[in-house]
Design a binder for this molecule. Structure first.
Ligand SMILES: *[C@@H]1O[C@H](CO)[C@@H](O)[C@H](O)[C@H]1NC(C)=O
Ligand SMILES: *[C@@H]1O[C@H](CO)[C@@H](O)[C@H](O)[C@H]1NC(C)=O
Ligand SMILES: *[C@@H]1O[C@H](CO)[C@@H](O)[C@H](O)[C@H]1NC(C)=O
Ligand SMILES: *[C@@H]1O[C@H](CO)[C@@H](O)[C@H](O)[C@H]1NC(C)=O
Length: 360
């Protein structure tokens, strides 16, 4: 590969964003040049991957549980869907890219970027002043836009929705930032503190966006066939439809398909074979109902599997300095969705749909 030909769209496609595959056709540079691109490309990849990892965590007990591999989303026969779920993917991956770039910046990984000192001259509050290294989200915001938003080359409603959701993801990073402080003063008396704005854990960003996914709004557009062009009519209609929606909210255009059912052409594996949780009294409602949601309501049964887990145990410290452990085998019971004996593949959508909706 000749690195000088890298386009932001390509960088993302290479790692995990196959649903952006169409973007390979985009070939105008939006960055200041190929060199700047290469500087950030690694972080962008790591960030997008972190986004997908977080998606998997957030949706581990949902029927739809994120793209499992890089092929999955690209196999949509060139049709990019704009469902509630794809809105989440856009938001979490845009957030992941911005997050990693911002972190990298604070760690001093890039020459041309450092802590955000815009508050240093402002007064703080009672007993504290601004100081330290505030995470430079403006930098992360700007660079991640150049990569992630560049993937949307169209001017149709789909592109507008994707861009909106990307932005909602980036705003989630800002919304979850917190003030962190450090005490100063004689022997930790904390008579004065310095404070800075710090990124939350990415898990918190994931939780926040998961909530946005649950309350995502469907954008009602005219059902006129979208023209590929960028005519004023199209833009007017899109602007009109967006007017009532806050920038922080996720939006979608199409209802979700039935994720119980395997659909190879859309890359959905269905819920057969998925693990669900049972038996632990401490589980949340959401966990406790996971077998029902993933298996029973999808026309599947739950099968129990006893699985041997090998781990280290009886570890002893020996002078000096080694630790020796035994290998212990523990049998744990796990639960999976499986097809019923002699059963057909789950196929009937009509009745399950309703139940799937009633969970708030
Ligand atoms: C940015 O940070 C990630 C992990 O947080 C690291 O893997 C990556 O190498 C960093 N990128 C650069 C350019 O330092
Ligand atoms: C799979 O998805 C395609 C495209 O949305 C749809 O036309 C088809 O009916 C689906 N197949 C099944 C088995 O649901
Ligand atoms: C359940 O939660 C309680 C307190 O939250 C904890 O002490 C206990 O160990 C937990 N039990 C299990 C089986 O996780
Ligand atoms: C699904 O159920 C509906 C009524 O509940 C029925 O009309 C339809 O034929 C069923 N479809 C399949 C594929 O079983």
């Amino acid at each position: 590969m000749r690195p000088l030909n890298l386009h932001p769209a390509m960088v993302l496609s290479m790692c995990c964003h196959v649903h952006f595959a169409l973007a390979w056709t985009v070939n105008n540079f939006l960055m200041t040049g190929p060199k700047a691109l290469l500087t950030y490309a690694g972080s962008v990849q790591v960030g997008a991957q972190n986004g997908i990892q977080e998606c998997k965590h957030q949706f581990a007990l949902e029927r739809w549980n994120c793209p499992q591999n890089t092929r999955q989303l690209s196999t949509q026969n060139g049709i990019r869907s704009a469902t509630r779920e794809t809105s989440f993917i856009h938001a979490i991956s845009a957030a992941g890219v911005m997050y990693t770039l911002t972190k990298n910046c604070s760690m001093g990984d890039f020459d041309n970027c450092g802590c955000d000192d815009s508050r240093i001259r402002q007064t703080g509050g009672r007993g504290w002043i601004w100081g330290g290294c505030s995470d430079n989200v403006a930098f992360g915001d700007k660079i991640s836009k150049q990569f992630v938003d560049a993937l949307e080359s169209g001017h149709d409603s789909r592109a507008a929705v994707n861009l909106h959701n990307n932005e909602a993801g980036r705003l989630a990073i800002k919304a979850t930032m917190r003030r962190a402080c450090k005490c100063h003063g004689v022997s930790g008396s904390c008579s004065i503190q310095t404070c800075w704005m710090q990124l939350a854990d990415f898990r918190e960003v994931g939780n926040y966006l998961k909530g946005k996914h649950e309350h995502a709004r469907k954008l009602e557009m005219d059902k006129k066939p979208a023209k590929a062009g960028n005519n004023a009519d199209n833009r007017g209609a899109i602007a009109q439809a967006f007017r009532s929606i806050a920038r922080t909210e996720l939006i979608y255009l199409e209802d979700s398909p039935d994720y119980c059912v395997k659909n190879r052409s859309r890359g959905f594996p269905g819920t057969e074979g998925r693990e669900c949780l049972k038996g632990n009294k401490n589980m949340s409602q959401w966990e406790r109902k996971s077998c029902r949601r993933l298996c029973y309501e999808c026309g599947l049964q739950v099968v129990e599997k006893r699985i041997e887990v090998v781990s280290s145990c009886n570890c002893k410290f020996h002078w000096c300095c080694t630790v020796r452990c035994d290998k212990c085998t523990q049998v744990v019971t796990k639960y999976y969705c499986a097809r019923k004996e002699g059963g057909r593949k789950p196929q009937n959508k009509t009745r399950r749909r309703h139940r799937a909706k009633g969970r708030h």
